[in-house]
Write a protein that binds this ligand. Structure first.
Ligand SMILES: [Zn+2]
Length: 118
């Protein structure tokens, strides 16, 4: 993301001290905001890298489980109570194995955003 803001220099004849002081204050504020924006952009980039390094999305884990167990019979999916921290997802296979995973709200949104859950 790149934001460019053009600020003109003071026009001739507008050099009264209060005008200059206002101009300097505005420039200093602008520079501070630009630094803050740059810091925020770095923070966003850092958080995006952390999210990208996290474990596989729930949908990818679930797809791997269902692909390996679909031939064993009908799979039974259940979700636990919805809490502020997410919910428990289980998928039971007739062979006795059960896929279980805690799904955080962020993961649910990410999977939905990626269009992996239908
Ligand atoms: Zn199975």
């Amino acid at each position: 993301m790149r934001i460019i803001v053009e600020v003109r220099d003071l026009p001739p004849g507008c050099a009264a001290s209060y005008t200059v002081a206002s101009y300097v204050r505005a420039v200093l504020k602008f520079q501070a905001l630009r630094r803050e924006l740059a810091d925020a952009a770095l923070e966003v980039a850092s958080r995006k890298r952390v999210l990208a390094r996290r474990s596989q999305p729930v949908a990818a884990d679930l797809e791997a489980f269902t692909a390996g167990h679909r031939c064993h019979g009908p799979l039974i999916a259940e979700t636990g109570a919805l809490t502020l921290n997410g919910y428990r997802l289980t998928v039971a296979c007739p062979c006795g194995l059960t896929f279980g995973r805690w799904v955080t709200p962020e993961e649910a949104v990410r999977d939905l955003t990626l269009g992996r859950l239908n």
